[in-house]
Ligand binder design. Sequence first.
Ligand code: ZN
Length: 301
Amino acid sequence: MHRVIGLKVDVDTFYGMKYGVPKISSILDDYNLKATFFIPMGKDRTGRTVKRVFTRRGFLAKARRIGVLKTYGIKNLLFGLILPGPYIAEKNLEVLIGISKKHEIGIHGYDHVFWHDKIRRMNYGETKRELEMAILKYKKLMGHEPRSFASPGWVTNVHALKILKEKNFLYSSDVRGHYPFYPVMEGESIPLIQIPTTLPTLDEVIGLHGNDHYTLLKYYERLLTDSINVMTIHAEIEGKNWSDFLKVFIEKTLSMGYEFKALIEIADGVMGENLPSAKISFGHIEGRAGEVCIQKFDSVS
Ligand SMILES: [Zn+2]
């Protein structure tokens, strides 16, 4: 595939689903583009993120850099702390059904905050429970089996990969990397296509590589390859204060000859290819607090 951008829209919160998703969807409509929306199937417990301010190194600096309050809003930060968290997908059913007519819908975990904080140390049974709750809810809302999964926070474990394969998912998108591959994790090979996010997210580069559209766009331009790129955007960021950036990003990359695809189209496209195997390990990436899963450059076979 030449000059492709897979557009992965991560929805992390109730308000992101309610307001950010329709905003992004209307922008995509303007350019007649398809994307993949990954949505948590459980409740919004963003408020628990507040705890991270005290527990995770680097979060405070980043919170200051991107303006957490401005991005998420005070009410959202209280969900899960003192306000009961609403179901992100189920309580926005009209939005969900609306976008499912044009775009691909994937599962972004059950409880986003819980997954992000705990998945690394969860055993097979705990991981399976979390995934089965998400799959059950997806089937209830969508009326068919899910095929697409993306881990919250780019963290996963070997059990999750195996369970997704057993449950007939077509691919998962859990890591940061450079090209689709078959994952090897903790010494185990899992024959489930892994589609990594190849570009940094906007919240990782704002303030570090630019503050205005022009400079940020130049930065992305340098990172794009002539092959498959995957850009993750957020309902809470590009669907809110940074929606104009999404427009200029789309216009610029279209003018450069990039074709936008949903991730499932990319998975379909690479399926016949002799995809490389690569190890998944944990590491830090610039602009993001905590460790994420990373595709190792040296392929294994
Ligand atoms: Zn997320």
